[in-house]
Structures are given as C-alpha cells and as structure tokens.
Design a protein around this ligand. Structure first.
Ligand SMILES: [Zn+2]
Length: 105
C-alpha cells in the first residue's frame, strides 16, 4: 500500500507531461505544435497551483485523483495493487469499510 496526494501530482506535473508525451514522440511539426507549448508553460510555473496547471493544460485531468470505490475526486488516496492494477481508495471509503467491519463484532 502506498499513498498519493494531489500535491505530489502537482509537484511533478511537468516531468509527467514529458514522460507521457516525449517518450515515444515522433517530433513532427504537428507534434511540437500540440505538446511543446504546454510543456514550456508547465516548466515555467514555480510552485504551481492546481488552477495554474489546469489553465496551462486546458483541463484538470493531470491533477485529478479519483477514488475507484466511490468515484469522487479527492485530494489523497491509498493505492493498493490488485492483480497488478492500481486501485485508488479515499479516506471516506476506508473509514466506511472500517465501520462496517467494526459493526460485525
Ligand atoms: Zn472513495
């Protein structure tokens, strides 16, 4: 089990962008026009906020953490691998699960 927070995603967003779009890039003119400006914007941000990243990218998907149990967007989760697939679990779902188990006594 590991943890993941929105702040951790925000801190490394430029590196994640690079990793995602540059690793297998063809570096065509079209590719540069599509991905390079956003990468430059992300690199230029010092201690970026979620709002700044959303504005630079054009959507909030790169800072969003969604719980796999309740489907709500949250600020932090526990990640548990199940059959090599990471499952994100929020505090509310873990608390609810604990209460259900506690009530079995
Ligand atoms: Zn949840």
């Amino acid at each position: 089990m590991i943890t993941l927070t929105k702040q951790e995603l925000i801190k490394v967003v430029a590196g994640r962008w690079y990793e995602h779009y540059y690793k297998n890039a063809n570096y065509s003119d079209e590719w540069f026009q599509k991905f390079e400006p956003t990468y430059r914007k992300l690199l230029a941000l010092e201690n970026p906020t979620e709002e700044q990243i959303t504005e630079a990218i054009g959507n909030g998907s790169w800072t969003r953490i969604t719980c796999d149990f309740c489907s709500k967007d949250v600020d932090k989760v526990i990640i548990q691998n199940v059959n090599d697939k990471p499952i994100y679990i929020c505090r509310n779902c873990i608390t609810l699960a604990k209460q259900l188990l506690d009530n079995l006594k």
